[in-house]
Each structure stands twice: as C-alpha cells, then as structure tokens.
Design a protein around this ligand. Structure first.
Ligand SMILES: Nc1ncnc2c1ncn2[C@@H]1O[C@H](COP(=O)(O)OP(=O)(O)OP(=O)(O)O)[C@@H](O)[C@H]1O
Ligand SMILES: [Mg+2]
Length: 230
C-alpha cells in the first residue's frame, strides 16, 4: 500500500508540474488534463480511505467539545448555499471522551453523504435542510444526530450501507460509513441510521460523555486508552 501511495505522490507532483508547464489554451488538452487531475485526486482518496480502514484499530482519547468539532467539519465541508443548516448544539455543553480526529472524520463523512443525498441527479444543484442535534441520554452519553431531507435509503439497503465498498452512487467508493461505524465502535459508541426513502435520513452517533469521570474508567474499548480517574 505504501508503494501505491508513493507512486501516486509522484503522479500528483507530475500533474501539478505539467499544469504549470503546458499552455492550456487547447480545449482538448485542457479537458484531458482536468480528467487526469480529477482521477489522480480520486485515486489518492481511495488509497487513503483504504489505508485508514486497514490500519486504524485504536483510539487516542481525550475530552473535547463535540460542538467545536461539528463547526470544523461544517466549515471544511463547505455546505452549498441551497442547503439550510440548523445546528442545535450549544457551544461547550457537550463534552465527549473520544478520539478527536476520528470523531471529526465521522462527522465529515456524514455531512458529505447528507450533501450528496440532497444534490440533484444532474449534480448541478443542492437543496434541502440539514439538522444537527445534540442531546444526552440518562447514562451521560452524548447523542449527535445528523438529519437530511435527501433521497433517503430503501429498507433493503439499511444494513448494507455500513458494509465496506457498498455504494449507491455512480462515483462513490463505499468506505465512508464503514470507516465511520468502525471509529464510533472503537470509541465505545455506535453509529445507526433511521431513514425513509424519498423523505430523508437521520444518522445517530452515540459517544461517551466527557464530564462524567466515573464513566471514564469503565470505557476501555480503544486499546490506547490510558486514563484513570481515581
Ligand atoms: N444521508 C444519506 N442519504 C441517502 N443515502 C445515503 C446517505 N448516507 C449514505 N447513503 C447510502 O449509503 C451508501 C454508502 O455510504 P458510504 O459513505 O459508505 O459510501 P459512499 O458515500 O458511496 O462513498 P465514499 O467512500 O466516498 O463515502 C451511499 O452510497 C448511499 O447509497
Ligand atoms: Mg460517503
């Protein structure tokens, strides 16, 4: 896998060099060049997702605000203007105890899927509503739900969407949800879905709360967890 990554790195640099070196005034050259650029980027994404999936078996946990991570993921995902975002998670109120990078990755994947589910079939416009909600259950777990008004998921696909390489998209890879569910479980949480075809979907991420020290000693799902609160 590392050789693959190195070859792709060489290719990425070569493409970047050519973009500067070749005059792009010929439409055929430009079209082919863009094609090449998109596919190199896509190959990079597949490799890095596959490596994540194969390699990440531990969680480096700390206490942080889920709300802040959501803001970061929302910003990086660049939600298109046609999608109204409603975030119902007061800043600072929802500390979780988990691997921050992994949680970011989960939320980023869920937002990406939600946007894709609300994108018109021609890929040209996006419209709908995205609701991010935080709450806590009576065991102190933090429950984050991300709802969209997209195409929804047919009942027969609800189990399959978490399997690696299952995709319903023409250009999908099918790793986003399997990695996300793996991360949720590594952190002592879960990732579930509730959806109705044609209406929308809600993905529900549960994580251990970060302000209940009594809970922390019980959570040892990630191998690298070394927190003791005596
Ligand atoms: N919010 C959603 N609304 C409707 N369908 C969804 C939603 N999220 C996931 N799906 C379905 O589940 C499939 C698997 O999702 P997953 O994120 O694992 O892969 P992907 O989005 O196809 O590819 P990628 O690896 O780029 O994420 C999707 O292809 C889609 O069919
Ligand atoms: Mg995805």
């Amino acid at each position: 896998a590392h050789e693959l990554r190195n070859s792709l790195g060489v290719l990425t640099n070569a493409v970047a060099y050519l973009e500067l070196a070749i005059p792009m005034d010929d439409q055929t050259i430009k079209k082919n060049f863009n094609h090449m650029k998109e596919n190199v980027a896509r190959a990079n994404k597949v490799i890095s997702d596959l490596l994540d999936f194969a390699r990440d078996t531990r969680a480096a946990k700390s206490v942080f605000s889920i709300s802040a991570v959501m803001d970061g993921a929302l910003k990086d995902q660049k939600i298109p203007g046609g999608i109204k975002v409603e975030k119902r998670c007061p800043e600072g109120s929802y500390p979780v105890f988990a691997d921050r990078d992994q949680v970011y990755h989960i939320i980023f994947n869920l937002l990406k899927n939600a946007v894709e589910a609300m994108t018109a079939p021609d890929g040209k416009s996006e419209e709908g509503k995205l609701i991010l909600n935080c709450r806590r259950d009576n065991e102190g777990k933090v429950i984050l739900s991300i709802s969209d008004t997209g195409i929804g998921i047919p009942p027969e696909d609800k189990e399959k969407i978490f399997e690696p390489l299952f995709t319903g998209k023409s250009s999908g890879i099918g790793l986003g949800l399997s990695i996300s569910q793996r991360y949720a479980e590594l952190n002592g949480g879960s990732l579930k879905v509730d959806s109705e075809a044609g209406v929308g979907s809600t993905f529900i991420l549960t994580l251990p709360g970060g302000d209940n020290t009594g809970e922390r000693t019980q959570i040892h799902t990630g191998e690298s967890t070394q927190i003791h609160t005596d």
